[in-house]
Design a protein around this ligand. Structure first.
Ligand SMILES: Cc1ncc(COP(=O)(O)O)c(C=O)c1O
Length: 384
């Protein structure tokens, strides 16, 4: 740190130079990430409310009220408006809270949670932190094999997890079957809809219509959905919803000293941005269902276009027809080399052990897809 501060001009120059190596969503070349660029309206709202700290909710009762409204609105389109929940920092925090509340609610000595093999590593983190054993169930064609679950349930099992929008391929686990198993065995069922939660409800009635994965199924006890993914809200932003209030009561912590006079919300973070809540409230109400339908359907149109074009390319194998706006594909020969070349051409793809993942977020336009296809074909030609 300098003894005397730099001028704004000097800072600006330094920042421009130091951040010049960052990728931008505007380039259209971040084609493997589940994040996107928030629009200028949400940026302006966010920057107006930087002082709000929802870690001390008694000071910011208005922000707290907006959070309640958000949870009610999301619960409404997930078929349980009476749900309780919180706006949190991301899918990781939401999933950890779901595991935390399940552990404290069930009060078993050696708790176990059954998750699909493809589940996000936030469950591994949660298991490690909370002392829960994770039982990982193999998948068939990318979704959990629900027939194997019953065999792994024992007296220590507290919860099942299903995913709506899997990390590797954007697929949806058989939520109805999971709900039936959870009910039959009196278990909790958490749905990680971090990716799909802001997509699936808005595809209803369109040609991309998908089965629901929410509180419509009576066995579902909690749902996480990320507003900083397809909810297009600025980072950090995600939501965790619970069917029963007593799931939350078990993770409440009393501290007594907060200057607002209220107890903290039972989330993982202490001091945390109220601006995330205010901006999410704004975006939900500004876009409305129609706005989200438009965003989501546009992403799906682009995904299907890219899928069809990729399928025509020699030496490329697309894993399967996309369910959501995620495509997995591999190169039949020189897979590793092609990945490196795509990176050299500036494409930020996501690489899994079995395939390359493309995520067609709202910032990816048709022209970016055409650029990607063109570069891929040039690379394939040059590496033959
Ligand atoms: C299915 C799923 N759940 C949870 C997460 C974690 O989300 P975050 O990165 O916001 O913590 C991800 C992130 O990719 C995800 O794909």
């Amino acid at each position: 740190m300098n003894e005397y501060g730099l001028t704004k001009n000097e800072i600006s120059k330094k920042l421009n130079s130091l951040l010049s190596t960052d990728e931008t969503f505007d380039s259209g070349k971040i084609i493997g990430s589940m994040c996107t660029k928030p629009d200028s309206y949400s940026q302006s709202i966010y920057s107006k409310f930087l002082e709000k700290n929802i870690g001390d909710p008694g000071l910011f009762k208005g922000t707290l009220l907006l959070e309640k409204q958000i949870i009610h609105q999301l619960g409404d389109f997930l078929f349980y408006p009476k749900c309780s929940g919180f706006v949190v920092s991301g899918g990781t925090e939401a999933n950890i809270i779901a595991m935390w509340s399940a552990r404290n609610y069930c009060k078993k000595n050696s708790p176990e949670v059954i998750v699909p093999m493809h589940s996000h590593h936030s469950f591994d983190k949660a298991a490690d932190i909370l002392g829960i054993k994770l039982i990982k169930i193999p998948c068939i064609d990318g979704i959990v094999d629900s027939n194997l679950i019953q065999k792994r349930i024992n007296r220590n099992t507290i919860m099942l997890v299903g995913v709506a929008g899997t990390t590797p391929l954007g697929l949806i686990d058989p939520i109805k079957e999971l709900s039936d198993i959870a009910r039959k065995n009196s278990l909790l069922l958490h749905i990680d809809a971090s990716f799909g939660g802001f997509i699936i409800p808005f595809l209803k009635g369109s040609k991309f219509h998908l089965p629901l994965s929410d509180f419509k199924f009576p066995g579902v006890s909690s749902v996480s959905l990320d507003s900083h993914k397809m909810g297009v809200s600025p980072i950090p932003s995600s939501c965790i919803l619970f069917r029963k209030k007593n799931l939350i009561n078990n993770i409440k912590i009393n501290v007594g000293y907060l200057s607002g006079g209220s107890e903290p919300r039972p989330t993982l973070l202490g001091t945390s941005p109220g601006a995330s809540i205010i901006t999410l409230w704004t975006i939900l109400n500004f876009n409305g269902k129609t706005g989200y339908r438009k965003i989501v359907n546009q992403c799906m149109e682009n995904t299907i276009y890219l899928y069809e074009e990729l399928s025509k390319i020699h030496n490329v194998s697309v894993i399967q027809k996309p369910t959501l706006n995620i495509i997995g594909f591999k190169i039949n020969s020189n897979h590793r080399l092609i990945i490196n070349m795509l990176r050299q051409y500036g494409w930020s793809i996501s690489v899994f052990p079995t395939h390359i993942r493309l995520v067609i977020m709202p910032h990816i336009r048709r022209k970016h897809i055409d650029m990607f296809l063109k570069d891929l074909q040039i690379i394939l030609k040059n590496t033959l």
